[in-house]
Design a binder for this molecule. Structure first.
Ligand code: FAD
Length: 326
C-alpha cells in the first residue's frame, strides 16, 4: 500500500523539523451522528497519494434546537450533532498510520472533562493537540465559558503544559506520568474578530506561545500578502514558532456570502472580480481551485513549512489542488 512509508507517531514540530519540503496536511469534520466512520475514510482515501503528514479533526460543540411537542409546545434541547475527536483520531491512526490531531476546545468543557480527554489521548499514544477556545454557541452573542472551564485558549494551553509536567488537577496525584503533548494554537492574519486591534491580538497570541504552544495554524485567508505580513509581525514581536498557513478552496456561491461574514476575512480584488462573474457552484469551484493553486504555489516558493487545507468534507477539490501543487 502506498501509505506504508509515511512517517508517523511524531509531533507536528518534528514533522516540520525533519521536512525537506513544504508539508501537506488537511482538516476533516467528524461525521454527523448516525453516519459510519467510512464517510471519514472516503474523505481521506483520495488524498493519501499526497502523503499527508497529519490530519486534523475539528471539534463541534453542542447547540440548542427547539422540538415541537404536543399542543404546540416547543422544547429546547441541547444536542451535539457530531461526535468528539478522540475516537476518530484513534481510528485514523489505526487505519492509516498517519498522525491525527484532535482539536480541543474550551467551550462546553470543564477542566476535569478536558483532563479526562487528555488522559484518553495519552493512553492512545496521541501526542498532538490543537488547543482552541471555540466560538460562542449560536444562541449566545459572546463566548461563555463552562462553569469551572476555560475562558481563553491560553488557559487550555496552560492546563496541557501542566499535564506535560505531570501536574494533574487533583493535587493529591503525585508522581503522575507526564503527558507529551505538542500543542498547536490558532492565529489570525486578518485579526480575530473580537480583538480590539492587531496589536492586542498579537500580544495574546504571543502569550499563548510563551505559555507553551509549539506552533500556530492560521485562519483561512485568500490574500497571501496578509499571511506574509502576519508572519513578519509575529517575528518582529518575538513569536518564533512555525506558522502554518490554512487554505480554504471556495466551492459554492453560498460560501462567497458566508465566508467573509463568518470568518471575518476579505477577498482580494482579483479574486472577488472573478467570483462575482460566477453563475453556478461549478464556476465558483473552478475559480476557487485555480486561486488555491496559485496561493499554494506562492506559499511553497516562499518557504511555508506546511500547507493546511480546510476540506470541509470536499476532498475531491483538495485533490485537484494537490495534484497541481505537491
Ligand atoms: P483565543 O486565543 O482565546 O482568542 C479569542 C479572542 O480573545 C481573541 O480576540 C484574542 O485576542 C482574545 N484573547 C486571547 N487571550 C485573551 C486573554 N487572556 N484575555 C482577553 N482576551 C484574550 N472552533 C471550533 O469550535 N472547533 C474547531 O475545531 C476549530 N478549529 C479551528 C482551527 C483553526 C486553525 C482556527 C484558526 C480556528 C478554529 N476554530 C475552531 C475557531 C476558533 O475556536 C474561534 O476562532 C474562536 O473564536 C477563537 O479561538 P482561539 O483559540 O483563537 O481563542
Amino acid at each position: 500500500m502506498q501509505w506504508k512509508h509515511f512517517k508517523f507517531a511524531m509531533k507536528v514540530t518534528e514533522h516540520i523539523k525533519n521536512a525537506k519540503k513544504t508539508l501537506f496536511s488537511f482538516e476533516i469534520l467528524p461525521p454527523l451522528k448516525g453516519k459510519s466512520i467510512s464517510s471519514i475514510y472516503e474523505g481521506i482515501d483520495p488524498l493519501l497519494e499526497f502523503e499527508p503528514s497529519f490530519i486534523n479533526v475539528t471539534y463541534h460543540r453542542e447547540e440548542f434546537i427547539y422540538k415541537k411537542r404536543e399542543k404546540g409546545y416547543l422544547e429546547k434541547i441541547n444536542i451535539r450533532k457530531r461526535p468528539g475527536t478522540v475516537g476518530i483520531c484513534a481510528a485514523i491512526i489505526n487505519k492509516y498510520k498517519i498522525d491525527a490531531i484532535p482539536h480541543l476546545i474550551c467551550g462546553g468543557f470543564t477542566k476535569e472533562e478536558t483532563e479526562n480527554a487528555l488522559i484518553d489521548l495519552q493512553f492512545l499514544g496521541i501526542d498532538n493537540v490543537l488547543a482552541l477556545r471555540g466560538d460562542p454557541i449560536k444562541t449566545e452573542s459572546s463566548f461563555v465559558p463552562e462553569e469551572n472551564g476555560h475562558a481563553h485558549a491560553i488557559d487550555l494551553v496552560k492546563q496541557i503544559v501542566r499535564m506535560n509536567q505531570g501536574i494533574y488537577l487533583d493535587d493529591e496525584i503525585t508522581e503522575a506520568s507526564p503527558t507529551q503533548f505538542c500543542i498547536g494554537v490558532a492565529g489570525y492574519p486578518e485579526k480575530h474578530f473580537e480583538a480590539l486591534n492587531m496589536k492586542t491580538d498579537l500580544n495574546f497570541l504571543k502569550a499563548k506561545v510563551e505559555a507553551g504552544a509549539d506552533y500556530i495554524v492560521t485562519q483561512m485567508f485568500f490574500d497571501n500578502e496578509k499571511y506574509f505580513k502576519f508572519v513578519n509581525l509575529c517575528r518582529e514581536n518575538g513569536i518564533n514558532v512555525p506558522i502554518i498557513p490554512g487554505i480554504k478552496p471556495i466551492t459554492t456561491l453560498k460560501q462567497i456570502q458566508f465566508l467573509p461574514k463568518t470568518f471575518h476575512i476579505d477577498f482580494p480584488e482579483q479574486l472577488a472580480d472573478e467570483l462575482v462573474k460566477c453563475k453556478s457552484d461549478k464556476e465558483v469551484k473552478e475559480v476557487g481551485i485555480e486561486w488555491a493553486v496559485k496561493q499554494s504555489k506562492e506559499l511553497i516558493s516562499k518557504g511555508a513549512p506546511c500547507i493546511h487545507y480546510y476540506t470541509m468534507g470536499k476532498s475531491e477539490t483538495v485533490k485537484r489542488i494537490a495534484e497541481q501543487v505537491f
